[in-house]
Each structure stands twice: as structure tokens, then as C-alpha cells.
Ligand binder design. Structure first.
Ligand SMILES: *[C@@H]1O[C@H](CO)[C@@H](O)[C@H](O)[C@H]1NC(C)=O
Ligand SMILES: *[C@@H]1O[C@H](CO)[C@@H](O)[C@H](O)[C@H]1NC(C)=O
Ligand SMILES: *[C@@H]1O[C@H](CO)[C@@H](O)[C@H](O)[C@H]1NC(C)=O
Ligand SMILES: *[C@@H]1O[C@H](CO)[C@@H](O)[C@H](O)[C@H]1NC(C)=O
Length: 511
């Protein structure tokens, strides 16, 4: 039997050990931060540089990053004349085959942007300056170290003093139609399948031919296309979106399986546990409308998913272009990942038709500047009212998303939303086909005389009928009797047991 005395001694020792660990972690955090401070502040592009006005951007690199068991793989291809030529030939062939199956090209139908070769295309971009509030230290060491720390010790992380600075940042001129179209074309460019040839450089561990099944490594993972202007002082990373099987018009690629897993992880209330019929993508569901929050947060951050792969691609691009201003863009899943990346590192970001990513941003504890109005965030979400994925209405048992096995349950966005109301203006019907990037470019962005005004989104709550508990089985909560519906308005009262979050989104108080 353990006596009371030894019990108390054990307790004291336990507290002491905890305190020592905490102090060590904070010291390391502060040290890392000191070092990276000096690295960061010399960026000339972020000091006094006043933009380029108009510039032409070209594809410079293609990254592919493994996920799942191949999450350590990261390869890069520098786009040179040889590659452009080969890729052009391959594209011609793809279009020919595609015409038989989809009767539409992969790129765009519109004559104004027609090209024989999307890999050689020149994108017209105009830039602008925006006052942004960002973390003073945005080095990967600090940001990732800090968010790891926040995940494991939320209370202590909340007490670490973070420096925020106000600065003028070069951002895309989002009021310029040509710029918006170019960014959408870049997002579309990331979907175009790349040839299996070319001089891929192994960035992470050597590419193992026998492990990859012997025929190259296109079958898996995340793709990022990197564009730069002539001066190399603005670089744009475009993240590829979902290639979905069963979703009309989104194309089929070798990445389909992983795209679906990541969609279901990022945009569902709880691991895509929609009903008992669904295969879940993680094991955080505890019981009826009850989900383990800590489990979800760990899951999202795992190295073998797309979010982590996106950060890796960014880190590498930042090494290659240390003096450049980096922006992010993407369509659909790619847009949401771009937005999560942008929020992580304070990068100006423009997404197209992205599903609601606010919930994922909170679960990942991404920096939300304290007391900051969202117009200072430098994140723009372009979308339209006839796209059920952007509007967050592609759910419910009979929706095309659910039928195809996608649990797109979220609808809340971060940053500013720039919405084309095609339902009102053009009488369009809500249809998944309208989610396609070509439809968006050809029939919306290019058709409207004026670009959509970007506004702060309405207050919004996702998954309001779910309870999120701190740890699996930690407390018994009564199950909600509400039926399973999600909302994209703020009409629902949140019954989630997380009642307070700190500035970086961490749950600090449970009901
Ligand atoms: C942004 O684009 C608009 C429309 O083309 C233009 O009038 C404005 O001057 C541009 N802003 C900058 C800073 O170039
Ligand atoms: C990448 O790794 C693979 C397998 O180890 C190797 O065959 C290939 O030559 C490497 N590529 C480069 C450019 O080093
Ligand atoms: C490649 O993968 C195979 C199978 O997993 C393994 O046996 C082999 O040692 C690996 N080669 C290298 C160079 O890592
Ligand atoms: C970045 O700027 C620094 C300081 O101005 C310079 O020394 C360095 O060569 C530049 N790097 C690149 C890749 O242009």
C-alpha cells in the first residue's frame, strides 16, 4: 500500500519535473526566436520596397511532396527550356485524350487565355501595398516550434509574449481583374499533369525507385507550382486542389485517394464520421456528436498529411528565394491549403472556391493577430454563390459531395471573402459543376466587368451541433439531440463544449 506521505512526495516531484520542462521549453523558444530575428529583419523586400506595378510571371519550379508513408519525399523540378518543350507536347496529348472523355480542355476554354503550352504561359500581375500586422518572427523554426508547444502546453503557450509588427507588405492588387484572372490561371496550372520526365532533384531523402513501384512518383502527394517575376522579387506558390473521383468535372489524377482523405480530415466536423456508414479518416469520434478535440488537433498536424507537406514546400521555396515576397494561391482544397499556409507565415494569399477553412485554422492553432480586423489579414477568398463547396452547402445525405464520399461540412472562411453573386446576377443554379476552375475563370472572373468587392465574412459557426471534449472519455457529456445539419450562417447556438479560445485559436475553457 502507498502511504499518504509518499503520495504527496510523488506529487511534488511530478510538479517540479513539469516546471523544469516548462522553463526549458520557454528558454528554447526564446533562444530560437533570438537567432531567427536577425535572419528575418534583413529582408529588403519587406522594407521600403514599393512594388513593381505590373509584371509578367512565369513558372519556375514544380514541387511534389509525398504524403502518407511517403511523407519524407520531396522533389523539385527546375523549369527549363527542355522541360517546357516536353511538357507542351504532353499537354497537347492530354487535351486530345481529354476531349474524348470530358469534352473540355484542362486549362481554360476562353480564347483570351488559350495556350498551346500552359507551362510556358506568362501571367500578368499587378501589385499593391497593404498594411499588415504580422508576427515579428516568422521563421519556420519559431513558428513551428511555437505551435508544437501550443499543442502540448496550451496554458503556458498563451503566456508567452508574442511580438506583432505593423508593416507595409506587397500584396496582389485584388481590385485588378487581370491580376485576379492570372492568379486563378496559376491555380489551374497546378492541376495540369506533369510529364514523368525531367530532371527532378531529390530534396529530402533519395527517391527510392523500388519503393515507388518502379515507375516514377506521380501517384501520390501534394503538388506546388512556383511562379516568379523577372526580378525574382515576388514569388507565387500555387497549391494543387482536389482531383476527385465521382465529383463531376474536377478531373482524375493519381492523387485522388489522398485528396479525399485530406478533404475529409480538414473540412469535416469529426474525421468524416457523418454516419455509421462512413469510413472515418481518423479515430477521434467518441460517441453521438461527440468528438475528441485533442485527438483531432494532433491528427491535423501529422507529418503525413497535406498541411505539413505544404509547409515543407514553402520552406524550400523560401530558401531558394530568400529575398522575395512570397504569396500563395490555389483552387478548392489547394485554396484552403494556401490560406492555411498564408495564415501560418503571414503570406498574402488569394484562394478560389475554397471550402471553409476557419475550423482547420483553429484546430491547427494558426496565428490570429489579437484584436485584428480581418481586412488587415492579407487573405482573400474568391468564390461565387452557385458553388456548393465554397458556400458550404455540399453536405446532407443526398448532396453530390456525400454521395461521392466527401464530408464537406464546414463553411466558415477566414480573411476577406470576395463573392460573385451569380445566382442573383445571372440566375445560375447551385451545382457542383460550377466549382470547376475553368468555369470560374471563363464564365465568371472574365465575364464580370468589375471584380467582386472583398468584405469581412458574416459571423459564422461550423459544426455547432457537435460537442468537442478535451480528451477521449475524459468526461461524460450528454449527446446532442439535434439532427445533423451544418449551417453557414450564425443562426445556430453553439453547443460545443469549448467555450473560450485564446488568440491563436486554442480552446482554453470547456463547458
Ligand atoms: C490596382 O488595379 C486597379 C484596376 O486595374 C488600378 O486602377 C489601380 O491603380 C491598381 N493599384 C495599384 C497600386 O497599382
Ligand atoms: C533521386 O533519387 C533516385 C533514387 O535514389 C535516383 O535514381 C535519382 O538519380 C536521384 N535524382 C537526382 C537528380 O539525384
Ligand atoms: C528502397 O526500398 C526498399 C524497400 O523498402 C529497401 O529494401 C531499400 O533498402 C531501399 N533503398 C534505399 C537506397 O533506401
Ligand atoms: C539576398 O539579399 C542579400 C542581402 O542584400 C544578398 O547578400 C543575397 O545575395 C541575396 N540573395 C539572393 C539569392 O538574391
Amino acid at each position: 500500500m502507498i502511504t499518504k506521505g509518499s503520495n504527496q512526495r510523488n506529487k511534488k516531484r511530478h510538479i517540479l519535473v513539469c516546471l523544469i520542462i516548462a522553463l526549458l521549453t520557454i528558454t528554447i523558444c526564446l533562444l530560437v526566436r533570438k537567432e531567427s530575428d536577425s535572419l528575418f529583419r534583413i529582408f529588403p523586400s519587406e522594407k521600403g520596397f514599393s512594388g513593381n506595378g505590373n509584371a509578367k510571371f512565369k513558372l519556375k519550379q514544380i514541387h511534389r511532396h509525398g504524403v502518407g508513408s511517403k511523407h519524407e519525399w520531396h522533389q523539385k523540378l527546375e523549369v527549363d527550356a527542355d522541360f517546357v518543350e516536353q511538357a507542351g507536347l504532353l499537354y497537347e496529348r492530354q487535351v486530345r485524350i481529354n476531349q474524348k472523355t470530358y469534352d473540355e480542355p484542362l486549362w481554360t476554354n476562353h480564347h483570351e487565355f488559350a495556350t498551346e503550352n500552359p507551362f510556358a504561359y506568362e501571367f500578368d500581375i499587378s501589385d499593391d501595398l497593404l498594411d499588415m500586422k504580422r508576427m515579428a518572427d516568422r521563421s519556420p523554426e519559431f513558428i513551428e516550434g511555437y505551435s508544437e508547444f501550443a499543442l502540448s502546453s496550451p496554458e503556458m503557450a498563451a503566456k508567452v509574449q508574442i511580438d506583432w509588427i505593423d508593416e507595409k507588405v506587397i500584396v496582389p492588387n485584388i481590385t485588378d481583374k487581370k491580376t485576379e484572372v492570372s492568379l486563378a490561371l496559376m491555380s489551374s496550372n497546378a492541376y495540369v499533369r506533369i510529364p514523368h520526365t525531367g530532371d527532378w532533384r531529390n530534396i529530402s531523402r533519395p527517391w527510392n525507385r523500388s519503393e515507388s513501384g518502379g515507375f516514377g512518383w506521380n501517384d501520390d502527394g501534394l503538388r506546388g507550382h512556383v511562379f516568379a517575376n523577372e526580378k525574382d522579387n515576388i514569388v507565387i506558390i500555387s497549391i494543387k486542389g482536389t482531383s476527385a473521383q465521382g465529383l463531376p468535372g474536377s478531373g482524375v489524377d493519381e492523387t485522388t485517394v489522398n485528396d479525399k482523405i485530406n478533404d475529409n480530415l480538414l473540412f469535416s466536423c469529426c474525421c468524416a464520421r457523418v454516419s455509421y456508414l462512413w469510413t472515418t479518416v481518423c479515430d477521434c469520434y467518441t460517441k453521438s456528436y461527440t468528438c475528441d478535440e485533442a485527438c483531432l488537433e494532433k491528427e491535423l498536424r501529422k507529418k503525413d498529411y497535406y498541411y505539413s507537406a505544404t509547409l515543407d514546400i514553402y520552406k524550400h521555396v523560401r530558401k531558394d528565394y530568400p529575398n522575395a515576397t512570397i504569396w500563395a494561391t490555389g483552387h478548392s482544397l489547394g485554396g484552403a491549403l494556401a490560406s492555411l499556409l498564408g495564415r501560418t507565415y503571414g503570406l498574402p494569399t488569394v484562394s478560389f472556391e475554397a471550402p471553409g477553412e476557419l475550423l482547420a485554422a483553429k484546430r491547427l492553432h494558426l496565428p490570429f493577430p489579437p484584436g485584428l480586423p480581418s481586412y488587415l489579414e492579407g487573405i482573400w477568398q474568391v468564390g461565387h454563390t452557385a458553388d456548393p463547396i465554397f458556400m458550404g452547402t455540399c453536405n446532407g445525405a443526398s448532396s453530390s459531395c456525400s454521395v461521392a464520399g466527401y464530408a464537406m461540412e464546414t463553411s466558415c472562411h477566414t480573411g476577406r471573402v470576395c463573392v460573385y453573386d451569380v445566382v442573383k446576377d445571372k440566375g445560375w443554379h447551385v451545382n457542383l459543376l460550377n466549382h470547376r476552375i475553368h468555369t470560374v475563370i471563363d464564365d465568371i472572373l472574365n465575364q464580370y466587368e468589375e471584380v467582386a468587392t472583398c468584405v469581412e465574412p458574416d459571423p459564422c459557426i461550423d459544426c455547432y451541433n457537435w460537442k468537442y471534449i478535451p480528451e477521449k472519455g475524459a468526461s461524460s457529456t450528454k449527446s446532442s439531440s439535434m439532427t445533423k445539419t451544418t449551417t453557414h450562417t450564425s443562426t445556430g447556438t453553439p453547443t460545443s463544449s469549448c467555450v473560450a479560445r485564446n488568440w491563436f485559436g486554442l480552446c482554453t475553457r470547456y463547458e
